[in-house]
Write a protein that binds this ligand. Structure first.
Ligand SMILES: Cc1ncc(COP(=O)(O)O)c(C=O)c1O
Length: 380
């Protein structure tokens, strides 16, 4: 097997070829193959890399019941962003205490649904949201999300959410006036960051703000939620998560020992645990290039190409002389193109294209455009 700079893998072992073939014969195509042992391995690696940090799986990355069952077995927490995400958890009998509601903007119904579930930790980032929680004071804990912009993250989540550092003291003061206790700060430095520099800078800023506020606050802040952002391995160059998190561990070591630290990983845990199997259902020559039409595309499992700016590592099971080719999805829309300049050997209808690292923000954001068949989710 060889890998190019474009993260295309050419060829596969006989065992792998037989496995993909038999999976499609058994379940049809397209497929999303979920390897629960990989998810467990990722969880344990992150736990080791961030000891003393409570991990809450960000359900939004892949809200699939089989995935949530594994997270439940691992005794991990759940980062919830909607009543719909809480509804899926109902089937698992997860206690509300194992959840945090991290959407900074909520309707009153969202808040009541969460409380009915037993989920009592809420994130806010402005005074209007704070006021919405006042009727429920005494039953809830609040984290205040702070914005730390990350231009180098694939998805800068601090553009849309988080108060500025200048606003923190006033929001905490207003909370005290309303009889609400803000228990700590949270942030998300952006999804798929290249280095942990932003995590470190955000931890240090939050530590300084919390220590200063605690000198005056009636009830101290003692929770820091460091969000997600831990990277997926789209370049298929092994990511050493211990090394990635070393600066984060060092920064966390400077916090008072009795503070609680949370994290909300999504991508790092689930991306490598899902492999997509698609089949070429048509081909043509257009503009002097071979075009291959797959049974899955950007309206389906490859939706992360649009919403998540992700380029998934792809594998063809054959080796041979390659030429620039196009991989297109099955819908009638021209935007449904997975790759317009991919070096591929000559392929035929019925050949498979395998997408790796396809667990995070893939099936979660797909649509039913053209009412095409969604990839079937198979637990290995
Ligand atoms: C509030 C919140 N927490 C956690 C996550 C998960 O982030 P990641 O997948 O980068 O770990 C997200 C992603 O959108 C988020 O919005």
């Amino acid at each position: 097997m060889t890998t190019t700079a474009r993260t295309v893998i050419y060829g596969a072992s006989e065992d792998d070829c037989r496995f993909y073939q038999s999976s499609v014969e058994k379940h049809g195509s397209p497929l999303l193959l979920f390897d629960s042992s990989k998810l467990k391995q990722q969880y344990r690696s992150l736990q080791q890399a961030l000891p003393n940090v409570d991990l809450f799986y960000a359900i939004k990355a892949l809200p699939q019941i089989d995935v949530l069952k594994v997270i439940d077995e691992l005794d991990a927490g759940f980062d919830v962003a909607s009543s719909g995400e809480l509804d899926i958890l109902l089937g698992l009998k997860v206690g509300g205490r194992r959840t945090i509601h991290t959407h900074p903007i909520k309707s009153d119904k969202d808040i009541r649904d969460a409380l009915r579930f037993g989920s009592t930790t809420f994130v806010i980032d402005n005074l209007d949201e704070l006021k919405k929680l006042q009727p429920y004071r005494g039953r809830i804990g609040i984290l205040l999300r702070v914005s730390f912009r990350s231009e180098n993250a694939k998805v800068d989540l601090s553009k849309k959410f988080g108060c500025t550092e200048d606003e923190v003291a006033n929001i905490i003061f207003q909370a005290e006036q309303l009889g609400l206790h803000i228990k700590g700060l949270s942030f998300h430095v952006g999804s798929q960051v290249e280095t942990s520099d932003k995590h470190v800078a955000a931890i240090q800023s939050c530590r300084d703000m919390m220590l200063e506020l605690n000198q005056k606050a009636k009830a101290p802040l003692s929770i820091l939620d460091i969000g997600g952002g831990f990277p997926g391995n789209y370049a298929l160059q092994s990511i050493d998560i211990m090394k990635f998190c070393q600066p984060i561990r060092d920064a966390l070591a400077s916090l008072p020992e009795d503070w609680h630290i949370y994290a909300e990983p999504g991508r790092y845990l689930i991306a490598p645990a899902v492999t997509c199997v698609t089949t070429i259902i048509g081909k043509s020559m257009r503009y002097g290039m071979p075009w291959y039409y797959l049974d899955d595309g950007v309206y389906g499992s490859f939706s992360g190409k649009i919403f998540d700016h992700a380029e998934y590592p792809l594998q063809v099971l054959k080796e041979g002389e390659t030429s620039p080719s196009v991989l297109a999805g099955p819908t009638c829309d021209s935007i449904d193109i997975i790759d317009e300049q991919i070096e591929l050997p000559e392929l035929k209808i019925g050949d498979f294209i395998i997408g790796h690292q396809m667990g995070a923000y893939t099936a979660a954001t797909r649509t039913r455009f053209n009412l095409l068949k969604e990839a079937k989710f198979i637990v290995l």
